[in-house]
Design a protein around this ligand. Sequence first.
Ligand code: GDP
Length: 309
Amino acid sequence: MNKNAKIYVAGHRGLVGSALVRSLKQGGYSNLLTATSKELDLRDQAAVRAFFERERPDHVFLAAAKVGGILANNDFPADFIYQNLMIEANVIESARLAGVEKLLFLGSTCIYPKMAPQPLKEEYLLTAPLEPTNEWYAVAKIAGIKLCQAYQRQYGCKYISAMPTNLYGPEDNFDLESSHVMPALIRKFHEARVRGAPTVTVWGTGKPLREFLHVDDCAAACLFLMDHYEGEEIVNIGVGEDLSIAALAGLVKQAVGFEGEIVFDTDKPDGTPRKLVDVSRINGLGWQARIPLEEGIASTYRWFLANGE
Ligand code: GDP
């Protein structure tokens, strides 16, 4: 990307979008384009077309999405599938019509089959059934990948897709009902410590394995792919290492300084048993994650104390 290129970050207030804006600014890109959901409803086709016609960005990072954790996906399936399909279809078609040079679509590792072998290789996409708790979101994200591939084939658009593993960091959603596990645990352990509560409840059995990538690493990977990758195939973004939810709870407990007990609520769902991505494709292209998990948890907790409470 040219330093003066007009770069549209869709979803700039979200976890990934805000990290992209931070990374782009740090990298000296000064011509950034953003719009809040009030200014531009990405589900509104006419509004999105008019926005692209008027602004004509050179590059687009498509980080806008309706996102949420395991319960939110279960409770609001229609919102998750409908809103994500609309956002992707509107942005990708409008980008083509407005001559956008390159677009990076952000997916998620929940696009992979529930029982796929681990680590998850990019070619496992669409080889077996999805995890039912988040299949609504996953089906919409798979449609986004297929849109990029179809636009490459039919129109020669350089529209690529990246699949980040579970992300965490500043600007995450710390709402206990709708958040993912990392921000939920940071908040639960913090509040328990402040209240002097004897226990913290962690959902599920604690046995599922997850991989966690700091969102600043994810943003760095996206900038790297925008500059160095043009393939039709999807690219995983991850660290290549995972840990159990119980072990994660132990790390968060330590970072927060909570001294009570951890209890597991097995009435809550575990979700997919393991989710670890194979990072050989992106490593082979020349990119690697840098932020160690313990350091990332500590800095995210500091951010939560300063902003999130
Ligand atoms: P997933 O990676 O798509 O399954 O989504 P989550 O990040 O929401 O959940 C990951 C795992 O953490 C699941 O096994 C959850 O049951 C478990 N978990 C434990 N405690 C919590 C919590 O307080 N909130 C959430 N969202 N998940 C939790």
